[in-house]
Each structure stands twice: as structure tokens, then as C-alpha cells.
Design a protein around this ligand. Sequence first.
Ligand SMILES: O=C([O-])CC(=O)C(=O)O
Ligand SMILES: [Mg+2]
Length: 209
Amino acid sequence: MTDNIRIAATWQRPAPELLERFRVHSVANLGDAFGRLNIVDGGIAPIWTGAYAVGSALPVLTVAGDNLAVIEALDHIQPGDFLAINAGGFDGRAILGDNLAQRFDLFGATGAIVDGAARDKAIIERLGFPVFARAVNPAGPWKNGPGVIGEPVAIGGVVVNAGDIIVADEDGVIVIPQARAEEVLAAADAVVALEAEKDAEVEAAKAAR
Ligand SMILES: O=C([O-])CC(=O)C(=O)O
Ligand SMILES: [Mg+2]
């Protein structure tokens, strides 16, 4: 442990079965189901095409261009976690790359979102580890701290608490507070039904032509 990295004690993670139920839904549909709220700023996007992940938020706060807290967070990852790293929105220096992504994967993390930059995009894509970031930049990070692990952070303007449910796909990222999970899942089913009706209307119109 490094003395300038503060670490929250523990938190309640959502059950794996609950996380699994989010996997059938797109971020767009979940957003509609959640009053179109809690969508992370669209400037944060998958760094490789096809990246998709659902997980339990493990929040990390770093200072711009520094990743000591991210390295320290490796000791706190549990299977199903989704790293949510506030790096000050700074895109001038990458705070994670393939080495960290491999370790996230090894410890069972499902993805990482960075309000800041990442690097080693080609290797991370080959690895198939989902990373969402504001930018890709080859400049490497400082490793001095300070930082915080497990306390609420802002990611693209959205508050992320430890244990919130993060769903990220090609379109972007949504953060769902654990306490709202069942309500959002029920509303998402209604959105899916509505979308299916709209598709059927188009199919019917095509058939009638
Ligand atoms: O140097 C670092 O800490 C970031 C990085 O490139 C990696 O994780 O591969
Ligand atoms: Mg690297």
C-alpha cells in the first residue's frame, strides 16, 4: 500500500446473476429505460470496435497523467468489477495500456472506463479487453499519486459509486445505481417491446409495397 492512495473499506457488489440480466440490453435502450439519464459524456468511447462489457464499478481517482492509484487498484479487483477511472479528463498522457489491461483481465475485471486517455490500443484489441476512454495517446503516465480507490468519482459528468452497474457498448456507457437495477430492467423490457413494434411496422410497410 502506498501512503498517498486512500482506499475505501469495502462495498456491496451486485450479484453476478443481476449483472448477467443487463447483458441482453443495449446502452441506448437502458438509457431510455432510465429516463435518458446517466449516460456518460459521448466523448468517452470504446478504443476498439466491438468492445462491450457489463460490470460492478470499482471507482479510481487519479490526478491528470498519473496512474499510481490504478496500479494500487489491482489489489482490490474482484471478478465482475468494471474499473471506472477519473483521470481528470486529461487526454495528454495515457494512464493505462496493455500491461494494466492484461492484469485487469487476469483478476477477472470485465472492462475499464477512463475519463482520460489509454494507449497500446492494438494490443488491447488483440487481447479483447474492453476499454473505453476519451482519447488514445502514446505518452506514458507518471506514477507518483495521489489517488483514491473505492470512493465515488465523476466519469464523463456522471457520478459513479462503488458497486454501481456499468454497461458499455459501441454507442457509449451508462451507469445504473444498484438500488435502481430492478426498476431499470423492467423498463428496459418495455423499451425492447416498443422497439420490436416499430420494427414490425417497418416490415409490414415493406410487405405492403
Ligand atoms: O506504463 C503504464 O503504466 C501504462 C501502460 O502503458 C500499460 O499499462 O501498458
Ligand atoms: Mg504499455
